[in-house]
Ligand binder design. Structure first.
Ligand SMILES: Nc1nc2c(c(=O)[nH]1)N[C@H]1C(S)=C(S)[C@@H](COP(=O)(O)OP(=O)(O)OC[C@H]3O[C@@H](n4cnc5c(=O)[nH]c(N)nc54)[C@H](O)[C@@H]3O)O[C@H]1N2
Ligand SMILES: Nc1nc2c(c(=O)[nH]1)N[C@H]1C(S)=C(S)[C@@H](COP(=O)(O)OP(=O)(O)OC[C@H]3O[C@@H](n4cnc5c(=O)[nH]c(N)nc54)[C@H](O)[C@@H]3O)O[C@H]1N2
Ligand SMILES: [Mo]
Length: 756
């Protein structure tokens, strides 16, 4: 029987390796497997694994009255029983004294791919049974989109992604794909919940074979894969809205936009057109903002109107100051071109940002682990965590409503790493000292573990059985346990079972099922769901033995808004007007200064149009050789480092001005922090812009006020996209760079654990 491992970045066969160890082999079903996943076996056994439960020394000595040393303190190993006693007593104390709303278990993060062991599902189930918790809403990936899409196209984010026109359809009719933020194939390696086959490259090839042309509008030319042979237009980060507004301006001025589409399918175009014309948002205005020549801008407007065009936007565009605008404007521009609802074009949001966008099968909503209901209503938009900790009781705006930050005394986190994902980490480090207690389940001694009080050592996916059940993937895969638990580590399920036991609700939590019982339970739910779709499934034992099941979902070559285009009266959008809202009265009535009723240009708070001390725009894209911070300790990620530091891409001219060469260790800094990185001098990146991918493990030296691995979030600003969405804005950051002095470099110690 073949054994399988399922991960967010692909499926692997588990085979025998050297010295009677196991090894991973890319699955033969996958046409473009992900190499970096092979590093999991070593990483799962490296010296950075957490061997047993640990308690922070200062917390154990003085309990919750000592949080100042959180992050620098030593840890003491304790037995499972002691750790569970301490954690359960603390949970109970906080609940009794301050109520469940004082516990924050928003616990954002990607964790691992299996459906049953999905850490956030386990957290939710446990805390709902415990009386509830303050939660978080939205994703760091596309928070601005999650908020604004329902207002302007009447679909939530997930339905929008599902509606995307398939690659097959685009290949048939589309002539030009204009990619704002590119379509980097490295990003399409992953899909939250697991991947069986990587399909994006094949989709792109189909388009190329049928003569579709591509234009890449991005500060980084490598955002367009070579196979696309894309024309490159470098744009200053965060100015895409200005370029799109000018393209709209030209179409309005030349009266060659699709007037009948606008009339029949959109709302409020006149107000938008008035804004564009009144403010003379022409190519001269645009050129000054975007750094693109007026000639290139004019050429582009000719191309998009003369060819059937798809306006494609990467998710990264909206992880920036006023991130709602480029998305809204991209949709408005696509409406003016009139291809929405046909296979000739329209708009795209995240083709290649992950594996699944543009696939061609009908999705099935698979079951989750039953999680119950959270009786506590307090929540934050996910990226407001530091604000919440700094300002308990303070009012803030979100999607037209006033909300209040809860007063948090205890944080529980499993399967995510705020010291990876959050912005302005030096600010987070201070705010993180405010709660009385922080408990985490972690696998490795990364920054998340280091900044906790109680650490429960968690298993990797190799050490447990699970099931990959991703609605965005057509194959269900068994995840067979292929290694014993590392030392004393346990699954999140076992950890929460242990806590539930101490707190008196073990039976409610487990329903007397073990791991395999739950997996079978979930499988049986799938059988019921499939019956409704007239799809027959094998019994569980057959599936488990076979290792996977190909779901025969109907091929569905989707065309976004096809029905709406066909008959907007019979199939209206779920917006107040039933149409695409180029003007939204709802948003306009919120009366926000930072988001008007139509897409508009706002100066970012930091950008190349207004530089003083820090003249380089930092973008921090997704890493090629890992998933966020996951597997940064593995061979594939480490191979790509420069003396242990994350590479930062810098343009030849910027490097020459600063006497920097490839391979130099550089100091990247601004008013928020200082980071060491390794210089990679390249013309892939435009002048004035640098790129430092996310995910180097946050490794602060608090004495030197220095981060030593190259984590960009020490430099990024932590402020919401706008008061509408409050999304994260990592891509709006200015920095300066210089060669690092030797004294600083010599202080670096790579990956040191904090064990006593
Ligand atoms: N500057 C900048 N910052 C960004 C971004 C950016 O573009 N630029 N992107 C943002 C985006 S889009 C995202 S989605 C976030 C991602 O942020 P996260 O999802 O928080 O990042 P990960 O490193 O995947 O964190 C997952 C953690 O869970 C642990 N883990 C894995 N499996 C399990 C498990 O089964 N059980 C337990 N208990 N733990 C487990 C891993 O060891 C890891 O520490 O980052 C955001 N941050
Ligand atoms: N290998 C790998 N793949 C991943 C992930 C990973 O960690 N590793 N993470 C996954 C996750 S959680 C997510 S949310 C997606 C994110 O998917 P995306 O958000 O699409 O990906 P990014 O890599 O952040 O950004 C893509 C490119 O956008 C460009 N860009 C940045 N700012 C601007 C701008 O203002 N204007 C323009 N025109 N371009 C800009 C940058 O050059 C960058 O390379 O990726 C997923 N894919
Ligand atoms: Mo993400």
């Amino acid at each position: 029987m073949s054994k399988f491992l399922t991960t967010h970045w692909g499926t692997y066969e588990v085979v025998e390796g050297k010295n009677s160890k196991i090894a991973l082999k890319p699955w033969t079903e996958d046409p473009s497997p992900t190499e970096f996943g092979l590093g999991l076996i070593e990483a799962a056994q490296d010296e950075l694994r957490i061997r047993q439960p640990y308690i922070r020394k200062g917390w154990l000595e003085k309990k919750q009255n000592n949080s100042e040393k959180r992050g620098i303190d030593k840890f003491l190993p304790v037995s499972w029983d002691e750790a569970l006693n301490l954690a359960s007593q603390e949970l109970k104390r906080v609940k009794d004294n301050y109520g469940n709303a004082s516990i924050f278990a928003g616990s954002y993060g990607w964790a691992s791919a299996g459906r049953f062991h999905h850490a956030k599902s386990q957290v939710n189930r446990f805390f709902n049974l415990f009386g509830g918790f303050s939660s978080s809403y939205q994703s760091y990936s596309y928070a601005a989109a999650q908020t604004i899409l329902p207002h302007i196209i009447g679909l939530d984010l997930y339905s929008t992604l599902e509606e995307h026109t398939s690659w097959n359809e685009l290949a048939k009719e589309c002539e030009l794909i204009v990619m704002f933020g590119g379509m980097n194939l490295k990003n399409s390696k992953v899909s939250s919940g697991g991947v069986s086959k990587h399909n994006v490259e094949a989709g792109m090839k189909k388009c190329i074979d049928n003569g579709v042309k591509f234009i890449n509008i991005s500060p980084l030319s490598s955002d367009a894969p070579d196979l696309l042979k894309a024309e490159q237009i470098h744009i200053r980060p965060n100015t895409d809205t200005a370029l799109m507004l000018t393209l709209a301006h030209t179409l309005i001025k030349n009266k060659n936009y699709d007037k009948s589409f606008i009339k029949k399918y959109t709302e409020g175009f006149d107000k938008f057109a008035e804004y564009v014309l009144k403010n003379k948002l022409d190519e001269n205005w645009c050129s000054k903002i975007t750094g693109i020549s007026t000639e290139t801008i004019n050429n582009l407007s000719e191309k998009i109107i003369s060819k059937k065009t798809l306006i494609s936007m990467s998710w990264s565009l909206q992880r920036a100051s006023r991130g709602e605008q480029p998305l809204w404007m991209g949709i408005a521009l696509a409406a003016m071109l009139g291809n929405i609802g046909t296979s000739g074009g329209g708009f795209g949001f995240g083709y290649a940002s992950v594996n699944s966008t543009g696939d061609d099968f009908r999705r099935i909503s698979w079951p989750h682990l039953p999680q119950g209901i959270n009786p506590i209503k307090d929540f934050i938009p996910v990226a407001r965590i530091t604000d919440m900790l700094e300002n308990p009781g303070k009012e803030f705006l979100y999607d037209g409503k006033k909300l209040i930050y809860p007063d948090i005394k205890l944080i529980y986190w499993a399967g995510g790493n705020p010291f990876h994902h959050h912005q302005d980490l030096n600010r987070l480090v201070q705010a993180w000292k405010k709660p009385q207690t922080i408990i985490v389940n972690e696998i490795w001694w990364n920054s998340q573990a280091r900044h906790a009080d109680i650490i429960f050592p968690a298993n990797t996916a190799l050490e447990r059985n699970d099931i990959m059940l991703n609605p965005r993937d057509p194959i269900i895969v068994a995840n067979h346990k292929s290694m014993e638990s590392y030392k004393e580590s346990k699954t999140d399920y076992e950890i929460f079972t242990g806590l539930a036991n101490k707190l008196g609700f073990r039976e409610k939590f487990t329903e007397n099922r073990n791991e395999m019982d739950w997996i079978e339970f979930i499988w049986n739910e799938c059988i019921q769901i499939c019956k409704k779709h007239e799809i027959e499934m094998p019994i569980f034992s057959d599936f488990w033995k076979n290792g996977f099941f190909k779901v025969k979902t109907p091929i569905d070559n989707k065309i976004m808004f096809k029905e709406f285009r066909h008959n907007p009266i019979k199939f209206p959008l779920n917006t107040p007007s039933g149409k695409i809202e180029i003007f939204s009265k709802t948003i306009s009535d919120f009366n926000l200064k930072d988001c008007l009723g139509y897409p508009s240009w706002f100066e970012p708070y930091e950008w190349l149009g207004k530089i003083d001390k820090y003249p380089l725009h930092l973008i921090s894209n997704q890493p090629k050789y890992r998933l966020h911070g996951q597997l940064d300790n593995s061979l594939y990620s480490q191979k790509n480092k420069i003396n242990g530091r994350e590479p930062i891409l810098i343009n030849d001219n910027d490097a020459r001005d600063r006497n920097i060469n490839s391979g130099d260790i550089v100091l990247v800094y601004n008013k928020r922090g200082r980071v060491l990185a390794g210089a990679k001098v390249t013309n892939e990146i435009m002048e004035g812009v640098v790129n430092l991918s996310t995910g180097a493990w946050f490794d602060p030296d608090y004495n030197l006020k220095l981060e030593r691995h190259g984590n960009p979030n020490v430099l990024t600003k932590d402020v919401g996209t706008s008061s509408l969405s409050q999304g994260p804005t990592a891509n709006t950051t200015l920095v300066e760079i210089k060669k690092a002095e030797n004294e600083i470099i010599s202080k670096v110690e790579i990956f040191k654990t904090l064990e006593n």
